[in-house]
Design a protein around this ligand. Structure first.
Ligand SMILES: Cc1ncc(COP(=O)(O)O)c(C=O)c1O
Length: 378
């Protein structure tokens, strides 16, 4: 029997979205003699996306997991070093640390923003701390004023995991432009996608060049094809992906505005529902992707989830565990874990609705809001 795509049966906009612009740019690459990472379409996308995020340099790659690994490697982080990460994120935020041989230190999130708590970062810093990786979880940016203050005081580099934050801002300055590196994902479910893909941004030319050497099998800018200077690998993106991503970037600002408008409506519409809470967004982070509509319920999360799904809306009952309780880290011999009561609580009561459900028209958005109301009213 053919597997059933449950999301395709639901009453929400399709994702990913493509149109004539993707096809036009793809044709340009297909008509050339080079579909790989050295086609000018790749450099063009890197320049456009970096500028969009208020950064100088971009280095696109196979995905948003290797971009994180390259960032740490380019910073020279390895065995004996520690890197502070939030207890709530996708696993790549932690595995990048382990993959370079360093130790992830898991710290708590803020109770209502879902983002890493700067106070907990301070408590976790020790003599071995070599980097901090804040994640802009679900779209709203982490408290970059407090985090950059810590970075400056302690001389610790920040690597922003901005996999959810294409166009997100903190007081008007975009994600990825605060840290020494910003890492983005273009995996199929992200707000811009080429099926797979990622990019590393930086304002530091020497750092991005070091990352480029790692990505391009140890080659150096301007040197020959068979000259390799560092132990790198091949993490290059293809020109076909960059063609699609240029078109996706052109569409993103309008989609971000649509999601913002719809989420504002949903939040206002449901403000009176007892026991239903949405992610708190600080004023400085007001402009963001709405990659996830995140919230938590006081009552029975499983019936909330069941009712919303039965009404035709995708809803995920959050991660099944904190990052450190994943099998990979649960024995604690390869990580350090700080107390994380907020993360532990959100595991039990949070949910998310993906961004595609937030791209509907007025009527579809009203229907989504009333389905959430009904699901929460138990
Ligand atoms: C916070 C975060 N970081 C990193 C990644 C990894 O990105 P990719 O799937 O492109 O490897 C993801 C992917 O979901 C993510 O959500």
């Amino acid at each position: 029997m053919e597997p059933v795509d449950i999301l395709a049966c639901m009453s929400i906009p399709a994702w990913p979205i493509s149109g004539p612009r993707e096809r036009e740019l793809l044709e340009e690459v297909l008509g050339s003699a080079n579909w790989g990472g050295y086609h000018p379409m790749v450099a063009r996308f890197e320049k456009e996306f970096a500028a969009f995020q208020h950064c100088t340099y971009g280095l696109s790659a196979m995905n948003g997991t290797v971009t994180l690994e390259m960032a740490l490697e380019a910073l020279g982080i390895g065995p004996g070093d520690e890197v502070i990460v939030p207890a709530i994120s996708f696993i790549s935020t932690a595995t990048c640390v382990s993959r370079v041989g360093a130790t992830p230190v898991f710290v708590d999130i803020e109770e209502h923003t879902f983002n890493i708590d700067p106070k907990c970062i301070r408590e976790a810093i020790g003599p071995k701390t070599r980097a901090i990786i804040p994640v802009h979880f679900g779209g709203p940016m982490a408290d970059m004023d407090a985090i950059m203050q810590i970075a400056t005081e302690h001389g610790i580099p920040i690597v922003e995991d901005a996999a959810h934050a294409h166009g997100s801002e903190w007081n008007g300055k975009r994600a990825g432009s605060f840290g020494v590196f910003g890492s983005f994902s273009f995996q199929n479910g992200k707000v811009m996608t080429a099926g797979e893909g990622g990019i590393l941004l930086s304002n530091d030319e020497a750092l991005i060049d070091r990352a480029r050497e790692i990505l391009d099998i140890g080659r150096r800018k301007g040197e020959g094809w068979f000259f390799h200077y560092t132990l790198g690998s091949n993490y290059r993106i293809t020109a076909l992906q960059c063609a699609v991503l240029i078109a996706q970037l052109e569409r993103l600002p309008e989609q971000n505005c649509t999601r913002m408008r719809n989420v504002n409506f949903i939040r206002e519409e449901l403000a009176d529902v007892n026991g239903l809470h949405f992610q708190q967004v600080p004023a400085a982070a007001r402009v963001h992707t709405n990659y996830l509509l995140l919230g938590w319920v006081d009552g029975d999360r499983s019936s909330f989830h069941r009712n919303l799904t039965a009404a035709g809306y995708p809803c995920t009952p959050f991660y099944p565990h904190t990052l450190y309780n994943n099998r990979l880290y649960s024995e604690r011999h390869n990580c350090r874990v700080m107390p994380c009561p907020n993360a532990e609580e959100r595991i039990t009561d949070a949910f998310w609705i993906p961004h595609r459900a937030l791209l509907g028209d007025e009527l579809e958005t009203q229907q989504l809001a009333s389905a959430i109301r009904t699901a929460a009213d138990l």
